[in-house]
Design a protein around this ligand. Structure first.
Ligand code: SF4
Length: 395
């Protein structure tokens, strides 16, 4: 059983289009041992004693969810879901499955850190119904891991992959972070090589970014070197080449997979599929509306435990906003996005013509495609500045 994609190549436009109909759930597990200096997610460190209370709050939130589903993908993210006891993760998954339903062959994924991933835990999670694990490997260079504030060693990454395979996970992803200041060109080459030697089904490569308010941001403001974007571009190009050589197909700017193993949850989000999020800071999108949950763990717990909804900031995504968002999300995929009204407006706009002349934007049949993925953000900015059409033209 492949959780995602069947036999279609990961970058197949038919797969990208199917994903719009998929329904997903995201479960946020906020616990981490320490907060990494670059992280701006809704996480807490040293609060594992709240885990069982938090698990019960998630269960309560799921039980009060609207009737909806069945789910094509479930993603436990965070934070560090692998810090939570497998029995608790199993209970949450069972309640989710009985409340919303899981489609046969659904992707059930969790994020895990190599240092707390054991064979016993991996086996328990496979028995509970998980079939995909995303390991936060980040680098095979101990100095880079230390700079990133990560607590695992390169050897622990290899052991974690082996344990996931032995336990029977169908899909194993590794996340890598490229272009941190202490990372040399040869260090990145070695990280890529060692990651690919471990035969991941999926590889995500992200550039280190400096997010406002993080420890890294404060350090850079105080004079430390920021990541070098030219160097990061070189890292990306090398990753693109090496993944292709290893048989992984890049299907989105930062993600490559073997056939049958693209991340169904991510494909659904990029395809503007609907999803429900549970837990502090989780986002949801359904029936043309987006909302988010309270971000603080304590406030989330108090709210759910007193029988109130943690949902906040409802926003309608319809008309032109929905159409531009469809193109913004879809353009990240190698399969591109059906042109439609916003894509057509972009193509004909002065900025669109400039992007076409520069070989950045292309048309493949009825699909708009970014030909130089490293410049996707430039295309996104052009989409965001498109003027809304005459309201009379909106369908
Ligand atoms: S382990 Fe992941 S989620 Fe936790 S602080 Fe580090 S980067 Fe953030």
């Amino acid at each position: 059983m492949n959780p995602s994609g069947g036999l279609l190549p990961p970058d197949d436009p038919r797969l990208a289009d199917q994903a719009r109909k998929w329904r997903s759930a995201y479960l946020h597990i906020p616990f981490c041992e320490e907060v990494c200096p670059y992280c701006d997610f809704a996480v807490v460190a040293g609060r594992d004693q709240l885990a069982s209370r938090y698990g019960e709050a998630l269960v309560a939130e799921i039980r009060s969810a609207p009737v909806w589903g069945p789910l094509d993908a479930v993603n436990f993210g965070g934070g560090t879901p692998s810090r939570m006891a497998p029995e608790l993760l199993e209970k949450i998954l069972q309640v989710l499955s009985s409340r919303l339903g899981l489609r046969k062959g659904a992707e059930v994924s969790l994020e895990a850190n190599p240092e707390d991933w054991t064979l016993q835990k991996a086996e328990s999670l496979v028995a509970a119904g998980f079939n995909r694990v995303s390991l936060g490997a980040q680098s095979f260079d101990a100095e880079v891991l230390s700079y990133l504030g990560r607590r695992h060693t390169p050897a622990q990454i290899v052991r974690a992959v082996t344990a996931a395979r032995k336990a029977g996970f169908v899909s194993v992803n590794m996340d890598l972070i490229m272009g941190s200041p202490p990372e040399s060109a040869s260090s990145w080459t070695e990280t890529l090589q060692r990651a690919l030697e471990n035969n991941p089904d999926h590889l995500s490569t992200y550039s280190l970014t400096v997010e406002p308010g993080t420890v890294l941001w404060k350090t850079v403001r105080a004079g430390a070197s920021p990541p070098d974007s030219d160097r990061q571009a070189e890292c990306w190009e090398e990753a693109d080449r090496e993944c292709a050589r290893a048989g992984l197909v890049r299907y989105e700017v930062s993600n490559a997979a073997r056939p049958g193993h693209p991340c169904r949850y991510n494909l659904s989000v990029w395809g503007q599929g609907e999803y429900l999020g549970f837990g502090n800071g989780a986002h949801s999108f359904r029936d043309g509306r987006r909302w988010e949950n309270l971000r603080g763990v304590e406030r989330y717990l108090d709210t759910v435990e007193s029988g109130r909804s943690p949902n906040r900031r409802f926003e309608s995504i319809d008309g032109w906003a929905a159409e531009t968002e469809r193109v913004l999300l879809g353009i990240r995929r190698r399969a591109g996005v059906r042109t439609g009204r916003a894509g057509g407006a972009l193509w004909e706009s002065p900025k669109g013509r400039e992007l076409r002349r520069a070989g950045i934007l292309g048309l493949h049949g009825d699909r708009l495609v970014v030909e130089r993925p490293l410049l996707t953000d430039e295309v996104s900015r052009a989409i965001l500045t498109l003027p809304p059409p005459d309201s009379a033209c909106l369908g």
